[in-house]
Design a protein around this ligand. Structure first.
Ligand SMILES: Cc1cc2nc3c(=O)[nH]c(=O)nc-3n(C[C@H](O)[C@H](O)[C@H](O)COP(=O)(O)OP(=O)(O)OC[C@H]3O[C@@H](n4cnc5c(N)ncnc54)[C@H](O)[C@@H]3O)c2cc1C
Length: 479
């Protein structure tokens, strides 16, 4: 049980001036709790949802909740835009969910080289504001995602080959620590905290704003190309060649096979972020046939335009399972993953509303090199380990009665993928945080040195474990 002293907790929450506090049964509570991406987060029922709208209110809430958390009477969750697919990452049964979505603001610096983004923003809002000035940041590929959860999990952007992970573009975090103190974390100030927050999730405090480097962005050429299923082995070969050889840092790719509505199709989502139409770097994908031409969306648009396009492919409230492995590029291994995916699909395809994708997202050597140049992050992946592929497995379905068999089939599938990759010495320790499942040991995947630096930072900035035992959602360091 996450909270046992309701009236006292309610009193403490309402003592924070101006904060909205919602309880079960109220229309606001039902609306807010029903607005997560995944059905599994919606099914979690906190005792209170609180919605601060300023960094001061977040500070007030941490101070008010701290004694309850330390006495073991109360546990908390921190919600960004609420896109984690598994239950309990950004919501908490019988506890207090701090919903950060009212913390709004996208403020460009006077010299326009940086932007301060409040923790409740989505990428759509950030790009909409920056586009007015011909600028953008290396943020999410999907506009509807929360800036906060995305960056604190590392974040893969369409600009990543040039800029590293999205978190590598953050020059300063403002954080409310467990003590209730607000601090800045940057290269100069609290450097260990700055590095830890870049991939270290909610383990150190509540981030209230992110300062990110901006850069000019105009036309981008890209979109989605759809192919017949038989093309997948060829596209996997081309994706491996791309990961190994491609030197154009303005190119981005993800390649997937998906099932839905009784059909299979292959997609490549690709971009040339400097707007070069049919760039040579993408021709190994644009020329593969047979394509499903009527579905192709390749065109010239903007960062905002493309991120809105990807937003339109997902909706809230479905049953979601996202899980991933990271491997070295190895086409025969990737083809065996594809064969195992087909076998798993046969077992679950009768589930109502099933969609099921297997996606390959390259982490190119230049991405890892540019990430290291930006000052390091919690994931600590040496560039010599690259190139790598993040392999994303994602079924979605409608009915709770199918949960168990889908989880079992997909868990067997992922176990088999890990076995196959280990056998070929192609499995990498890193589990892409933003696509990880709750049972994965994500932080151990940051390597022994990376993990111990995170643990040291946690002991220094949160000695009593408010963000460990008191905030159980996500991936923890000290359980
Ligand atoms: C449709 C879709 C597409 C996606 N595409 C990509 C992609 O292209 N690249 C990629 O990298 N990821 C991608 N993701 C994964 C996504 O980045 C993660 O789900 C991320 O957690 C979303 O952030 P959020 O704020 O919406 O999530 P939330 O679920 O609200 O938060 C995620 C975690 O961050 C913590 N947190 C949130 N705000 C704060 C804060 N202010 N301070 C401290 N901790 C906080 C929460 O407690 C939680 O544990 C995608 C997800 C979806 C659903």
């Amino acid at each position: 049980m996450a909270s046992s002293d309701g009236p006292q907790i309610f009193k403490s929450l309402t003592s924070v001036s101006g904060v909205s506090v919602w309880q079960p049964g109220s229309a606001e509570y039902e609306k807010e709790n029903g607005s997560y991406f995944s059905a599994f987060e919606i099914e979690v029922k906190p005792s209170y949802i609180v919605s601060p709208n300023s960094a001061e209110q977040v500070q007030g809430l941490v101070r008010a909740l701290r004694p309850h958390v330390l006495s073991g009477d109360c546990q908390i969750a921190i919600r960004g835009a609420g896109h984690t697919p598994f239950a309990g990452s950004a919501n908490i049964q019988d506890g207090v969910t701090i919903d950060m979505r009212d913390l709004k603001g996208v403020k460009l610096s006077d010299d326009r080289s940086a932007v301060d983004i409040s923790a409740g923003e989505t990428w759509t809002n950030v790009y909409t504001e920056l586009e007015k000035y011909g600028l953008t940041v290396a943020g999410g590929r999907v506009g509807r995602l929360g800036v906060a959860g995305f960056i604190l999990g590392g974040g893969l952007s369409m600009f990543s080959a040039r800029t590293g992970f999205s978190c590598d573009s953050v020059t300063e975090f403002q954080v409310v620590l467990a003590s209730g103190e607000t601090v800045r974390a940057s290269i100069e100030e609290n450097n260990d905290l700055w590095r830890s927050l870049k991939g270290g999730l909610n383990n150190f405090g509540i981030v209230t704003s992110f300062k990110m480097k901006t850069f000019s962005s105009g036309d981008i050429w890209g979109g989605l190309t759809y192919y017949m299923p038989d093309t997948f082995p060829q596209l996997l070969q081309n994706a491996c060649d791309f990961a190994h050889d491609e030197s154009d840092e303005d190119t981005h790719l993800m390649c997937s096979i998906g099932y839905g509505f009784g059909q299979q199709a292959v997609t490549c989502v690709m971009y040339h972020t400097k707007g070069e139409e049919d760039s040579p770097s993408l021709r190994r994908f644009t020329t593969v046939e047979p394509q499903i031409k009527q579905l192709c969306t390749m065109r010239t648009s903007t960062h905002l335009g493309f991120c809105e396009e990807l937003s339109s492919f997902s909706g809230d409230g479905l049953r979601q399972y996202w899980v991933s492995v990271t491997i070295k590029p190895d086409v025969s291994l990737m083809k065996s993953f594809y064969n195992k995916w087909q076998e798993t699909l046969v077992k679950i395809k009768d589930a109502e509303g099933l969609t099921f994708t297997l996606g390959f997202h390259p982490l190119t050597k230049s991405l890892l090199e540019n990430s290291a140049k930006a000052g390091g992050n919690a994931m600590a992946i040496p560039s010599s380990d690259g190139p790598l592929f993040v392999v994303l497995i994602n079924p979605t379905w409608k009915l709770a009665e199918d949960d168990n068999r889908i989880f079992v089939a997909v868990q067997d599938f992922i176990t088999e993928l890990r076995r196959l990759a280990s056998e070929k010495e192609s499995l990498h320790r890193y589990i892409f945080t933003n696509y990880a499942y709750k049972e994965d040991d994500v932080l151990a995947g940051y390597g022994p040195e990376g993990f111990s630096k995170l643990k040291e930072a946690s002991e220094k900035y949160d000695p009593e474990g408010v963000f460990q035992q008191g905030t159980p959602g996500g991936f923890k360091l000290r359980n």
